[in-house]
Design a protein around this ligand. Structure first.
Ligand SMILES: Nc1ncnc2c1ncn2[C@@H]1O[C@H](COP(=O)(O)OP(=O)(O)O)[C@@H](O)[C@H]1O
Ligand SMILES: [Mg+2]
Length: 254
């Protein structure tokens, strides 16, 4: 099987979740953070996952991104049976095929911005020599509007700039989809807007994005909104216009 393209027939959904469940072991027993999630995402969709704190957003993101493993059910991403992968396969697949963006950026403080972006290329053994990897890292930093900060450490740039660097890092190995867990949660609304605009550009260029968020205003501007409550998807709405998006999301209890 081709690691980059999977075995997905043309036109088939990019992501399929079937009967997905995730239980955490707690002192009080098993706690099901996800309860039988069935979900299909097409390539090119920009999907917001909306829900209260504790609803299961991060758990779902972590399942789809291969960061954590399901208790039951199936996760298919681009033709790959993620639920069947060994730890080694999962690590390898994740490094090459998934881009993840976190609320807290999670950049390596001792590395420059360009080195942070080149790191996943190095881990995956992609994009040639260190020089070539650096050139690609700088091009990605330029694409998200922070080219001039390539040689600074993350602590020397603003929060919005750090998140742009983290997005460039997520794009390092040209993943088929991006998973973003409250990527604007630590940013003021104007900076959040600018980071959101970067996601919109990526979707326009054909990427697929699943973004957990608390921000209804941003959620109203994507192509599809899922609302999760107590580990279940309780609403799934395709948005066709911004006005409709605002109206629908304003009504949601999240
Ligand atoms: N490692 C864990 N161990 C036990 N319970 C957890 C763990 N991670 C998350 N949970 C619980 O699972 C539920 C969903 O959490 P989470 O996916 O982080 O929600 P959200 O991202 O929507 O705030 C919450 O009740 C949370 O307390
Ligand atoms: Mg969360």
């Amino acid at each position: 099987m081709n690691e980059r393209t999977g075995g997905r027939p043309p036109g088939a959904p990019l992501i399929v979740l079937a009967g997905l469940q995730k239980a955490y072991h707690t002192p009080a027993g098993e706690f099901y953070a996800l309860k039988a999630i069935d979900l299909t995402l097409q390539q090119g969709e920009f999907v917001a996952l909306l829900g209260r704190s504790g609803a299961g957003k991060s758990t779902l993101i972590n399942m789809v991104a291969g960061i954590d493993r399901p208790t039951a059910g199936e996760i298919w991403v681009d033709g790959h049976a993620v639920h069947r992968m060994s730890e080694g396969q999962l690590t390898r697949w994740r490094g090459r095929s998934v881009g993840v963006v976190f609320q807290s950026f999670q950049l390596m403080p001792m590395l420059t911005c360009a080195q942070n972006v080149a790191l996943p290329m190095d881990f995956a053994g992609l994009y040639g020599s260190p020089r070539q990897q650096r050139a690609r890292a700088c091009a990605l930093l330029a694409a998200v509007g922070v080219a001039e900060h390539a040689d600074k450490r993350p602590a020397a740039v603003s929060g919005g700039q750090r998140q742009r660097v983290a997005i460039a890092r997520a794009l390092a190995n040209d993943p088929i989809f991006l998973a973003a867990d409250e990527p604007t949660g630590n940013l003021d609304s104007q900076t959040a807007d600018a980071v959101f605009a970067v996601f919109q550009q990526l979707v326009a260029a054909g990427k697929t994005i699943l973004m957990a968020t608390h921000d209804r205003e941003l959620a109203s501007r994507v192509s599809r909104v899922l609302r999760i409550e107590d580990g279940r998807i309780v609403e799934d709405v395709q948005l066709t216009s911004a006005a409709e998006g605002r109206a629908l999301v304003a009504e949601m209890d999240a």
